[in-house]
Design a protein around this ligand. Sequence first.
Ligand code: PMV
Length: 355
Amino acid sequence: SQKWILMATARAPTNIAVIKYWGKRDENLILPINDSISITLDPDHLSATTTVAVSPSFEKDRMWLNGKEIPLSGGRYQNCLRELRSRAGDFEDERRGIQIKKEGWNKLHFHIASYNNFPTAAGLASSAAGFACLVFSLAKLMNVKEELGQLSAIARQGSGSACRSLYGGFVKWTMGNEMSGRDSIAVQLANETHWEDLIIIVAVVSSRQKETSSTSGMRESVETSSLIQHRAKVVVPSRILQMEEAIRNQNFSSFARLTCADSNQFHAVCLDTSPPIFYMNDTSHRIINLVERWNRHEETPQVAYTFDAGPNAVLIAPNRKVASSLLQRLLFYFPPGPDNELHSYVLGDKTILQE
Ligand code: PMV
């Protein structure tokens, strides 16, 4: 009979880049112009949980995000699916009389239900967790026997930053050299038990959707900014080496200096783009000021800040004591109230992808 359904579920957290990815050399394959390094967050706070189902009774691929159906027409989903299908394995369940041959996956359709454990409208990156989770759960369902590195190269084709969410802990996305993108993969630098004391605080500055998507922002920067070339060729390669060393030695001063400098250079590239792109707002700038003044006062950095393609601040403290002092300062400068733009804090640790 044709009345069967197979399902697989996975959960993947989002990641925060401390050396940013900005700019593609190939838009279709999503190949970057520089390496990047990130920290994968704890899935209890910012993660996606995805269930994928396959059944001969499904007539087309469909997807629901937080219970609402969304179109799957996007080329990025199709690219991921094509890659997974070409690597699918045989599946057999004798008891239930189900047999799917490798080629059989080409004729089957999927239903995908994904949930974020944070408000979608919070303006926090969700595509990284979303595509990592989608690729991981589909690979499980389709019996794809690939190393995580190769799965990361597939997730990369959904959203660049998603490739880094396949691993927990500290992760590097190596840009690679090959035209095919086979070597543009994520590698784990250290697992989630390394440097366990670090605390990450996300200060939600605005829950509005960003005006310039990362895709069009990157395209405009690559086309019009001269700073981006200097950044990709000269600055990032040496920062990557220094950051790897700071992480290995748990050298917070060096880690914080590099993280802040790299965030600021990424936003400088945005400003160097024509027309300029403004992802940060006045509140973001006030948070930078607060941290910079504190760090200067203490002589060695207490806290690191980094901002992605939006105004929300990601703050990293070396331990709980400094994190609680940071929260006190944030609450002092941005007291909760109706006029306050800064309305929530998300606390998290680093952790691993959970099946
Ligand atoms: O992968 P995308 O298209 O969401 O781009 C992410 C770009 C940044 O978040 C700004 C930097 C990064 O490395 O994550």
